[in-house]
Design a protein. Structure first.
Length: 128
């Protein structure tokens, strides 16, 4: 158990957009995300869906990270989920990662350290 009292218990594990395995740990969810962003309470499954099927995918703030973005019914700009992978060469799958933070996007309140959009999910019914 960590000094904060939270464990490294896995809340969920899924396959990310890149084909790797991504986990959300209790220590990150309770010990960081909910403390810093209490509006994320109850949104564990939305965070998981963002990792699995993002609306937008952005370069992260580190070479071994990505920012996943998804629509949200409670926030017009959606939510952003950062995943950090165990190494930089993760885009071909087979590399584990974990959620490090998640929060409602508010572009007026602050600027995040995310990079440009590198993928946008095609809209259903539209031709490419």
């Amino acid at each position: 158990m960590s000094p904060s009292g939270f464990t490294d218990k896995v809340i969920w594990t899924t396959t990310c957009f890149h084909g790797g395995t991504v986990s959300l740990y209790e220590v990150d969810w309770l010990g960081h995300i909910l403390l810093a962003h209490p509006e994320m309470v109850g949104k564990e499954e939305l965070v998981k869906r963002a990792v699995e099927d993002p609306k937008h995918l952005r370069e992260g703030d580190y070479a071994d990270s990505r920012a996943f973005e998804i629509e949200s019914t409670t926030n017009p700009e959606g939510i952003r989920v950062f995943v950090r992978y165990v190494r930089e060469m993760f885009v071909n799958g087979g590399v584990d990662g974990n959620v490090t933070t998640a929060y409602p996007i508010n572009s007026k309140q602050y600027q995040s350290r995310v990079g440009p959009i590198i993928y946008t999910r095609p809209e259903a019914g539209k031709k490419k």
